[in-house]
Design a protein around this ligand. Sequence first.
Ligand code: ZN
Length: 269
Amino acid sequence: MMTMIIKFCFFAMALLSITPANAQTEVLFGYRGKNGPNQWGHLNPHFSQCAVGKLQSPIDIQRRDTFYNQKLESLHRNYHPTNATLVNHVCNVAMSFGKGAGDVVIDNKNYTLQHMHWHTPSEHHLHGVQYAAELHMVHKAEDGSFAVVATLFQIGTEEPFLSQMKEKLVKLKEERFKGNHAAQVEVGEINTRHIEHETRKYFRYVGSLTTPPCSENVTWTILGKVKSMSKEQIELLRSPLDISYQHNSRPCQPLNGRRVEMFHELPTE
Ligand SMILES: [Zn+2]
């Protein structure tokens, strides 16, 4: 039974939208071996972008590909306290938000906060460096496109939000050991306001979802400030997941001529 689970990653279509009819579909994809990232494009006809797409994510953000864009503005996030649920998505640990969680505005387009999830180690690399973890805050517009705000973490002091979630994460882990691999733990109302604080530097580029179907309709914002979480917190984020998903980061993809734009409140030049 374990091997079944190891091979499957529950794919919440409500979050990543292929078609509503596919909701709850179990999709074969993993991070190594036969179902690993190099094979994703061949696992399902819906996943072809993973193999043939030219705007794929994640990427390594290299200085030589990065351009300061003075037209970019500070990130406008407007989050509200909302009910949240910790969810074991099998391929990652996520927190889904109820209605009215708030939004981010990019190029005059509104994207509503849907959920956030963590990858360990990080998916994006910054100047060639892969970090210990990456948080993705996933926002969706009415036309189905996404805006994902990513935060990179190095190992260090505790991350305050995860400290608050400690008991709930332990509960999610306990559920897995009871055999409930797709458990949900109610968190109640949480305040996401602390997450929207000032952003002095970020990188912006157009890319894809980093999990199948790898759809290329994502506006990425990678925050320039690398934050910290403790080693124990990284372990806690991994603990509800099966061993084959505890390393759940897709390798960096070719830039294929894309520009990575940079917002910086105090440009050095
Ligand atoms: Zn992600």
